[in-house]
Design a protein around this ligand. Structure first.
Ligand code: PMP
Length: 291
């Protein structure tokens, strides 16, 4: 079987439109589950160990037992990539609470469902070439004492509301602030700015996911002699930045052209350019090829 839109579901490889889970799965009813988005290049998953680690931690924190070991999940991903029609693509790995009674209590849910969908990446059209137009959303990131941002759960509704606001404004992406009005992250990406040659990004404690791309970009910056700081940022810092860019597995690295109609002086700026090259080299090293 070699096709686009391929799914591994609880041990079986299926065309995605034939992969079914019960409608009373609590993943669907309540967003009760965790997930990862994983890219592969030249049929090799990028940063797979880090993704599986984060999935395991997210699951542990929401008291969800994944019925497969990390090694087994690694083999699942490899098998799915092997069967996929393309050398390059994206995998959505999900573990849901499983089917259960309509009430939200997870205690009577049956087995978790483990799902891995492989697809081509058509989802990223954020202006990788020309730069993304951003808005600062009026939708605030859920506070960490409500839902810790380190949990990559299926509950993305406040990010979706921010994205709707961006769509409505004719923008490509929205930045969410935390309850204190400090910069948290994008709807599916982390935010960086450059000021006076220094690379700045908010600490995850401000309400950002501990992005795997974010972690790599910070490392690459240090390796390349670029000063980096994780520090709290406000809207002023975004507007007044020399450069701004987004990072994420799906997004990779996307330069920002404007924020709330304020044009960025550099798009793509020199620090972005340097880091993007280093990022491509890192992919090359790990996976042996990037388009
Ligand atoms: N923040 C959010 C809310 C996300 O969904 C993502 C995408 N996983 C990111 C940041 C970027 O994280 P990563 O680099 O691990 O993909």
């Amino acid at each position: 079987m070699s096709t686009h839109l391929l799914t591994w579901l609880n041990g079986q490889l299926l065309p995605t439109n034939q992969a079914c889970i019960p409608v009373n799965d609590h993943g669907l009813l309540y967003g009760d589950g965790v997930f990862e988005g994983i890219r592969f290049y030249r049929r090799r998953a990028f940063r797979l160990q880090r993704h599986l680690q984060r999935l395991a931690l997210s699951a542990r924190v929401i008291a969800l037992e994944i019925p497969y070991s990390t090694e087994e999940l690694e083999a699942v991903i490899e098998r799915l990539i092997e069967a996929f029609a393309d050398d390059y693509g994206y995998i959505r790995l999900m573990v849901t609470r499983g089917a259960g009674p309509l009430g939200l209590n997870p205690k009577s849910c049956s087995q978790p469902n483990v799902i891995a969908i492989a697809d081509q990446l058509t989802m990223i059209e954020l202006g990788q070439q020309v730069g993304a137009r951003l808005i600062v959303s009026s939708v605030r990131r859920l506070p960490a004492d409500g839902l810790d941002p380190r949990i990559k759960s299926l509950n993305y509704l406040n990010h979706i509301l921010a994205k709707i606001e961006a769509n409505h404004a004719g923008a490509d992406e929205a930045i969410l602030l935390n309850a204190q009005g400090r910069v948290a992250e994008g709807t599916a990406d982390n935010v960086f700015i450059v000021r006076d040659g220094c690379l700045l990004t908010p600490p995850c404690s401000e309400g950002a996911l501990e992005g795997i791309t974010r972690e790599l970009v910070l490392q690459l910056a240090r390796d390349n002699g670029i000063e980096t700081r994780e520090q709290s940022l406000g809207v002023y810092d975004l507007y007044a930045a020399d450069e701004c860019f987004l990072t994420g597995t799906g997004a990779e690295m996307i330069p920002v052209a404007s924020i709330d109609c304020r044009s960025m002086p550099g798009c793509p700026g020199p620090v972005f350019g340097q880091l993007q090259q280093a990022f491509r080299r890192a992919i090359d090293q790990e996976c042996g090829g990037i388009i």
